[in-house]
Design a protein around this ligand. Sequence first.
Ligand code: PXP
Length: 247
Amino acid sequence: MSENRIRLGVNIDHVATVRNARGGFHPDPIRAALLAEKAGADGITAHLREDRRHIKDTDIERLMAEIKIPLNFEMAATDEMLAIATRLKPASSCIVPEKREELTTEGGLDVIGYYNHLEGYIAKLKDAGVSISLFIDPDVNQIKASNELGADKIELHTGSYVDAQGNARMDELERLRVGARYSGEINLEVHAGHGLNYETVEAVAAIPEFTEFNIGHFLIGEAIFGGLENTIAEMRALMDQGRENCA
Ligand code: PXP
């Protein structure tokens, strides 16, 4: 296995979305996490939103107890989430912006705008031994500010790249490349995620500085047709192919 291999974090939020549609227990997101682990996922990501629209508190507690691979706990920078993260101590917390009315996480965290709030907030999480990731747009100034804040890593938002078409997509890919390269220069671990699918993942995997992708919606949706294990294996293969192309 190449030491240059990109880790795959599987986001299971939308298994919970389907479960919650009927208010019962099926499908169980923890069962999906365990299957993802078996299929070769390197981590599990789950976002406990303020409105608990998909993942619930008990899901996070069960994930912490039942999975062996690291949990990447996505959270807004609120007091409520700080209390949960410092109590449960997931392997890492990814701080994301969160607005109640949005469909999903739209745009990255404004680290520059919220610098003062984040400074104390991150320090408390780090004191509890939680590794911190900040979910930001591929913008050099945001990356620089994240590094100054003491983030252990950043995750660059790939949504604009995925949503764009043709030359505009190439421009967005270049933004990701520039952001990842800058992160490498300042020795800041850099991840990517949001909206990635079979069509868009390889080109991002070819950017050598990326060490982890977090992918959810496409994997869970595609699993309806191909099964979760096959879908993860196919995504894994495309990531490896993309990484080989950059060698
Ligand atoms: N990374 C972060 C920080 C996210 O907020 C999300 C969406 O919850 C993802 C990755 C995964 O995005 P998607 O579900 O579109 O693959």
